[in-house]
Write a protein that binds this ligand. Structure first.
Ligand code: ATP
Length: 199
């Protein structure tokens, strides 16, 4: 899994469309205070589906849309596109490029796309599961969080290790299957009741 490029338009301080590329070996972004470094990591978390405005340093989701300056009017739309290199499940050992995008208008919810095709947030989450790139994974470690990881409960630490080991996907599927089995059991019980009433 590797970041290839990030395109931002109308996201926080990025009023004009900008494209950042991440060549192999790039490990840091530097710049003066307030130039937008954290806005870049916010845009990465956002395009991957972050739902918590506070973790994006705002109070509501619309705060990510360019709010205007003395010289420039606010914008009505924020859009971020992320190009990733991911393992190709169809061809083990090889990789493919995947483009994930998210768009938000001031008065509507978010729209997600994978390779240009509209999709649900869940599709983005499923795609990223076990890659270490999800918003709940360990790819975003904010200031002060390292202490938290070291001192957090063993159960929370275990979930980080499970994500790294690639078993989260199977745990989520198991929980999903157990829920459906439970629903089916309840339906069967109801069916028995109806059959009993009819006989
Ligand atoms: P530091 O090094 O101090 O942490 P930084 O480079 O990480 O700074 P950011 O926090 O990414 O800087 O950017 C802060 C700038 O982004 C501020 O000037 C702020 O006004 C601007 N900004 C944040 N949200 C918006 C928005 N919705 N619209 C316009 N500008 C915004």
């Amino acid at each position: 899994m590797r970041l290839i490029a990030l395109e931002v338009n109308g996201f926080k301080s990025f009023a004009d469309p900008q494209k950042l590329t991440f060549p192999v070996g790039m490990t840091a972004v530097v710049g003066p205070n307030g130039c937008g470094k954290s806005n870049i990591s916010d845009s990465l978390a956002w395009v991957l589906g972050e739902q918590r405005a506070t973790l994006l340093r705002g109070t509501e989701m619309a705060d990510v849309i360019f709010a205007g300056t003395g010289q420039r009017r606010p914008m009505g739309l924020a859009e971020v596109k992320l190009t990733l290199e991911m393992p190709d499940p169809a061809l083990p050992g090889s990789t493919r490029e995947v483009v994930i995008s998210r768009r938000l208008y001031r008065d509507t919810g978010s729209e997600y796309r994978i390779n240009g095709r509209e999709c649900r947030l869940k599709d983005v989450q499923d795609l990223l599961m076990d890659t270490g790139m999800g918003t709940r994974a360990y790819s975003f470690i904010q200031q002060g969080q390292i202490d938290l990881i070291l001192s957090t409960k063993p159960k929370d630490r275990r979930s980080l290790l499970e994500e790294a080991a690639g078993i989260t996907r199977y745990k989520v599927r198991r929980t999903d299957a157990e829920r459906r089995l439970e629903e089916t059991r309840a339906n069967l019980l109801r069916l028995d009741d109806i059959l009993f009433e009819l006989n």
